[in-house]
Design a protein around this ligand. Sequence first.
Ligand code: NAD
Ligand code: 2HG
Length: 531
Amino acid sequence: MTNYRVLVSDPISEKGVEALRSAEGITVDVNTGLSPEELIKIIGDYHGLVIRSQTKVTPEVFAAAKNLKAIGRAGVGVDNIDRDAATDHGVVVMNTPSGNTISTAEHAFALMLALARNIGPAHTSMISGKWDRKLYEGVEMFGKRLAILGMGRIGTEFAKRAQAFGMHVVAYDPFLTAARAQSLKVELAETADKALTGADVVTLHIPMTPETNHIMNKERIALMNPGALIINCARGGLVDEAAAKASIDAGHLAGIALDVYEVEPPPADFPLFSAKKTVFTPHLGASTAEAQENVGIEVAIQIKDFLQSGEIRNAVNMPNLDAKTLESVGPYLDLADSLGKLLSKIAPAQCDSIRVSYLGAVSELDTELVTRKILTGYLAAASNEAQVNLINAPAVAKNLGISVSESTVALATNCTELIEVSAIKGNETTTVAGTFFGSSARIVHIAGHYVETNPSGRFLFVENDDRPGIVGVIGSSLGEAGVNIANMALSRNKEKKTAVTVIEVDNEPTPELLKTLRETPGILKVLSFEL
Ligand SMILES: NC(=O)c1ccc[n+]([C@@H]2O[C@H](COP(=O)([O-])OP(=O)(O)OC[C@H]3O[C@@H](n4cnc5c(N)ncnc54)[C@H](O)[C@@H]3O)[C@@H](O)[C@H]2O)c1
Ligand SMILES: O=C(O)CC[C@@H](O)C(=O)O
């Protein structure tokens, strides 16, 4: 069994580390607090990397990570990983989306209550010997209008807690349907602006993207009621901190509670530190024993399963390939790989596009994965890329200028299902196709010829004039060269008056044998390849 090395570069739970340590074929190093330079120096030795939010996985890290196959993020946000670079380098990025949901929702809720009731300043005042009841009068949350931006996992949990407190919940999320809003008993807002108009509190539970950067800007803050509160336990940068400070200073916004910051940690002269009503925590949303145990164990098992069996769960840069999916698509992936490889051997070089058609039963599978595998097989030989895999195959094709299209047809003629792959160069199209006879995968179509052959093995592909005697010459040439024939499939193209012979051979034909065959009158093309 291969020995894989995994680096844990941020603190994760001991149980998570243990789950990796006890895995067969995996060696773990826990080395936290590395500088970017130190990480770059050692990352080349590792096949797996486990992180939280401190480690920044930059393009420079990927360039040095020659053996890296997978990154596991113990948490939700993957904004500390350059996803495009990961995909280009064929590294799968997985997160653990649900293990810290409750903890983060509870933390955001705690921030809201602490802000509304001045818990922080009242505590500080009391331990300095004061008993100031007037200064720290708060506001009730009961009956207040709460805007939730982002009704994913954490937003939904926050909504449930707010409803229990008697708040009126208005939610905006581009993927929140009217039916789901109804079942969650929240008012559905069509836009963020509508959710915020007249809101007393806003809580943010959305990812940080170029579109969501500063979603809480000066104009949106102004839409909220005077005396409103902002809670951000999602990502720094969602709130324009300068605009929030200006609004508090101007007496519109009453206060802000933050767990996350545009720059983490914020500088000592962070302007909001001097604002009137605030609560700050140092990115603690997921910092509970329960959440850390959940995400630590989850990430460890995901990395272990990927390295040991290729299972992919919670990937953010490719479709999932969990055990169940792997079982159903596994045989198709092997056939797809062979079809891709076969196409790369028989189609002209420098094709412009690849077209994949799924006909019959196979059209019901996760065809995106199968297409990725076809590309992996095709590009492994056709490109100079050293490592084309399921993760980077579409990106490699795109970089090479090869467009890829996919179509599905529910019914297949002649057989119950068919995967047909064409390479197109100008007006020349080369097609191969494969199917299953029972559980046995077969290649049934090669460049205009119906043949039936195994999808793996060593092959000789011979195209010749369709006239008597040629197959005999091929057979005797192979015999004289000591090449044993394991299988042979013949096909004629009556229109072109040509025939092809696909011969599965036990040993590799020598260059001399190939030369003899190519020089035989009537033989038009001889290819030798392994699938
Ligand atoms: N503070 C912490 O320690 C901590 C812990 C866990 C998660 N988080 C952060 O919390 C955020 C939410 O996590 P989650 O698990 O609920 O994620 P999620 O993917 O379940 O939910 C995010 C939701 O945001 C919605 N969304 C995207 N763009 C939007 C927009 N412009 N306006 C409104 N909604 C939009 C999405 O449709 C999705 O439903 C993430 O940014 C995550 O990184 C922080
Ligand atoms: O690792 C952490 O504690 C932060 C996690 C959190 O920001 C997340 O996105 O899951």
